[in-house]
Design a binder for this molecule. Structure first.
Ligand SMILES: [Zn+2]
Length: 202
């Protein structure tokens, strides 16, 4: 970065440049835009970022982001308690739930097995899943982890684990109509609905 850039601006640009989709140049553009905003608005934005950690919790049931614990989905008495849908990330759960065709429980795994990125089974949040299954309410575990190679590997790892420890639980996954390499959060509603409807036992 140019040496004439004042320190506060340089610090902000360096932080912004770490955000997805922003390099140093676009981070500078964002910073310059913020400087043109009315002060109240930049303060509101700053406060929003500052308060994010304080006001947002991880739901202790599903691992999703929420202003309350448990989250609205886990608290909902009208949802079926015998189906648990395992997704990789929280936004996949949002996509699935927006479809309005799934009325069971969710859990967020928070990662996939990825040997190349040093993600092994210890890095996954399996304790939460295991203790949920130990409660005995879940009769079917639906794996909605996507159709990437890492997702496939993770799915068979979890299937083996469940088969060994909870042989009575049905393990299924979204139908293979999902385009290869697809992530659940980017799938359209109809594809998702069909892949859920025609889910396959694994
Ligand atoms: Zn929850």
């Amino acid at each position: 970065m140019h040496s004439q850039i004042p320190e506060p601006l340089r610090a902000l640009v360096e932080q912004l440049a770490r955000l997805p989709g922003l390099g140093p140049k676009s981070a500078m553009r964002v910073a310059m835009t913020l400087l043109k905003w009315p002060e109240a608005e930049t303060r509101r934005l700053g406060k929003g970022i500052h308060d994010l950690r304080d006001n947002l919790h991880l739901c202790s049931r599903c691992g999703g982001l929420s202003a309350t614990d448990p989250c609205a989905v886990c608290k909902d008495e009208n949802r079926a308690r015998d189906t648990l849908c395992l997704v990789n990330e929280w936004d996949s759960m949002l996509t699935l739930d927006e479809g309005g065709f799934y009325h069971g429980q969710y859990m967020i795994l928070g990662g996939l097995l990825a040997p190349l990125a040093n993600m092994d089974s210890d890095s996954l949040d399996l304790d939460r899943l295991i203790s949920r299954l130990e409660e005995g309410e879940v009769h079917e575990l639906i794996l909605a982890l996507g159709a990437t190679i890492d997702a496939e590997n993770t799915a068979s790892f979890i299937r083996n684990l469940v088969r060994k420890r909870f042989p009575h639980i049905r393990v299924s996954r979204l139908a293979q109509g999902i385009p290869l390499g697809a992530e659940v959060k980017y799938m359209d509603r109809e594809t998702l609905r069909q892949s859920l409807q025609y889910r396959q036992d694994i």
